[in-house]
Design a protein around this ligand. Sequence first.
Ligand SMILES: [Mg+2]
Length: 405
Amino acid sequence: MNINRKSFLKAVTGAIGAAAVCDLSLPSLAAGQEKARIPSKATRIRDIELFPNSMAMKQTIKIAIGTDIAADNILVRLRTEDGVVGYGEASPYSPVTAETQASDIAIGKSLVPLIKGKDAFSLARIVAEMESFTPGNASIKAALETALWDICGKVTGQPICNLLGCYRDSFETDMTVGIDTPDVMADKARGVVQQGFKAVKIKVGEDPARDIERIRVVRAAIGPKIKLRIDANQGWSPSDCVHVLRGVAEQQLQLCEQPVVYWDWAGLRFIRESVSTPIMVDESVHVAHDAITGIRENAMDMINIKLMKCGGILQAVRIAQVADAANMKCMLGCMDESRVGLTAAAHVVASQKNVEFADLDAFLFLETDPVIGGMEVRDGVVHMPQGPGLGLDVDPAFIAKLRAA
Ligand SMILES: [Mg+2]
């Protein structure tokens, strides 16, 4: 993130001030024993609130494994003893992460004792303890971890991407078109381009013959210069996929996402050996060890990372780094997050060189946008906020209407 000398000095002074308040000394380690660190009031977590937050959608989105009709999310708000507030968001999607709003609230309540009274700077320790307490439940863990990062950023006066090591200030995102008749999809894709997007992602995976028609009609509607990505959401067999991709070989697809069921590494490898379109996995890779499996199996060209699938920013960075070590590029995608969750994802894109693709469009489908500040999309380009932490606030009037669980 580019900052001028004046704001740099101000940020550094702020960070030094915060460091003077906080005890940043590392615990001394001796013979396997760890001395507990005394957290400061600025970063010691006092309150943890979980708000079920169901938001209506402007339009439903049909994909091969279901239809999104509402975003049943959870807004997380942490507060430290000095009153520093951190936000995070969970957007559980049961077909992929086996979570629902209700299960996330229940698990979230169980995770409270692992966070309450802890120092936000011991974020990696808290994340490890959450992982030990319960594997999976990635969306609610991501929300809690995001709120910790938000606090760390606010206390040091730095955006989260700066704490991670900033690589870029802005980047392109695509916008998604759900499964529909080829003509309706073509109309919607044209509308996406008219909004300034340079990349369109269309959902397929329903019926191979119809999917070939969808791809051809959409390409004709958007012209040759717009990047066209397809996502079958596990809807095809390996041979279906090869049939479709050979049938649209002239359509300049940038990538084909998750063509077959998530566990079919052999099927993915067969597809890669049969066609030249790059294969991106999504549901097949939740966390870094899945990425290692995909690399060993020679079964993917790219990975779509999602905070809601992997469990938080640390794990997202870990996947990106594993992929980078295999000379592989990634996308940062989303479920049905508002700009709270999407801004957290944007900080990962901003910090990781090999995350060259983004699909951070979910807020465009929601009736409500409760975020003040945060990432913004203009002409298909995501611009990072300049403020510390996530770089956003949540409208107090919006939160006042929610009821903490
Ligand atoms: Mg996908």
